[in-house]
Design a protein around this ligand. Structure first.
Ligand code: SF4
Length: 464
């Protein structure tokens, strides 16, 4: 589908998509870009010249909101005649306020891909006739934001170089973590049915994807609203999935029961990688955060994973400088962390979010101290990552080749290890017997290269 932009000459619409926030937003953006490409639009980087700029926003903190508005102002200054579309969580939570904001042409929810496609292209998601005029003539679509999760677009051609697809299967959260605004803006739980997920994966495998990452706003709540559960879905996938491997994006510690771990351990389909959202290693801080588990639960489940899947890469998040966090709590939390089988950390200094209960908590930690604690945690996280990757040396790993550049193939193993597979000299990024981009291969890890932060590997047993 083309849009008539100038001189009545049909010209492909250039659409730039930028993503802020979590993997679920990333999954939505990938799906949107694929749908735009299929309809004849050209997608480009946010710093390129485009007809439409789509910003997929996050609203987890006030800083995330400010970041989104800064990007809007920058785009508007750079491209005064382009159209700017805001979508994602900020768009969902502040739609009324943002619709009149200077520089924003449309505010839409991304959960319903047909809605945003209608805004941008004036087509419906089934590829039918335009339902509305394209955005070049449109200020805003007035329909309510939908909570339905759109599956992947069904008109992708088969491409052998595809590696990984982030598939959103769940939306919404009803937990009440005191630092988080999500339950106030996405309180309605919604999940794709197990049949739809199976069907999506079958389709994605048929067009060339080797790995599917299951994502959601609160993935552990998958199926709750329909009396189902993530465990049920995973059991079904274990028996029937068409794809090579499935990665589970992130779960809270209390959502990882032994049955889920056993299932993952017993099925080759699932990657030996679990991201567990722990957020703090201090019971008193967890209580103030209103998280639904304590360190006793964390210890129990992490050691269970470690026993069942000794090679599993276990990651976690940490928020530093949460209101009231004392130096003693930090010291004790680090001691706890050091005693646990965790392979890497994602560290975030606490950032205020208007409308969250945490704003009412006393004893705010100065920003500079939050950052100092974040730096300390990052040092511990990096040491763990290094230890984990060094521990992979000598092992055989299954990788998916993601790119070939500079005489080497780069990919990711099931254990989330970034891998470099140097090609024989003079091979110009392809070599017989080595995996093409998009293919899987068995490699042997030789050593961890600290400066490249990659496992250097040798080919063990090529396969496609
Ligand atoms: S579980 Fe907590 S942090 Fe995660 S989305 Fe729900 S309220 Fe926010």
């Amino acid at each position: 589908m083309c849009s008539v932009l100038a001189n009545n000459q049909p010209k492909a619409l250039r659409v730039a998509v930028e993503t802020l926030g979590c993997r679920s937003n990333y999954a939505d953006s990938v799906s949107l870009q694929a749908a735009l490409l299929e309809r004849g639009a050209v997608t480009c980087g946010f710093d390129s010249v485009a007809d439409v700029y789509v910003l997929n926003t996050c609203t987890i903190t006030d800083a995330a909101d400010r970041e989104a508005m800064k990007i809007v102002r920058q785009v508007r200054a750079r491209a005064p005649h382009a159209k700017v579309v805001l979508t994602g969580c900020l768009a969902q939570s502040r739609r009324a306020a943002l619709e009149g904001y200077p520089g924003i042409d449309a505010v839409v929810g991304l959960s319903s891909k047909s809605e945003i496609l209608a805004v941008i292209l004036g087509v419906n998601d089934a590829g039918g006739e335009p339902e509305t005029e394209p955005i070049v003539q449109l200020a805003s679509l007035k329909s309510p934001i939908s909570h339905q999760i759109a599956g992947p677009s069904r008109t992708m051609g088969e491409i052998a170089t595809r590696a990984r697809y982030h598939l959103r299967i769940q939306d919404g959260c009803r937990n009440c973590c005191t630092y988080c605004i999500i339950p106030q803006i996405k309180n309605e739980l919604s999940s794709r049915s197990a049949e739809d997920v199976l069907d999506d994966i079958r389709y994605l495998a048929s067009v060339g994807y080797r790995e599917i990452v299951l994502t959601g706003t609160h993935l552990g709540a998958y199926g709750e609203e329909r009396g189902s559960s993530l465990m049920e879905l995973l059991s079904l996938l274990a028996g029937k999935s068409a794809v090579r491997r499935i990665r589970i994006s992130s779960l809270d510690p209390n959502e990882l029961c032994p049955e889920v771990i056993d299932l993952i351990a017993e099925n080759e389909l699932f990657c030996a990688h679990l991201h567990v959202c722990i957020q703090s290693f201090s019971d008193s801080v967890l209580k103030r955060m209103n998280r639904r588990y304590r360190m006793e639960d964390v210890r129990e489940i992490l050691w269970y994973i470690n026993n069942k899947l000794p090679r599993c890469c276990i990651g976690s998040d940490v928020i530093t400088g949460f209101p009231g966090e004392s130096r003693q709590e930090v010291d004790k939390a680090i001691e706890e962390f050091l005693g646990l089988p965790i392979s890497y950390l994602h560290v975030f200094p606490y950032s205020e979010r208007a409308g969250t209960p945490a704003l009412r908590l006393k004893d705010s930690v100065p920003v500079v101290e939050r950052r100092r604690r974040a730096a300390l945690w990052r040092k511990h996280g990096e040491a763990r990552r290094r230890d984990f990757l060094q521990g992979c040396a000598g092992r055989e790993l299954e990788i998916i080749a993601e790119r070939a550049v500079g005489g080497a193939i780069y990919g990711t193993s099931r254990e989330y290890a970034p891998v470099k597979l140097p090609l024989p000299k003079g091979s110009n990024n392809v070599f017989a017997g080595y995996p093409a981009v998009g293919a899987t291969a068995i490699v042997r890890a030789v050593a961890f290269n600290e400066s490249e932060k990659k496992l250097i590997c040798q080919l063990s047993n090529p396969e496609n």
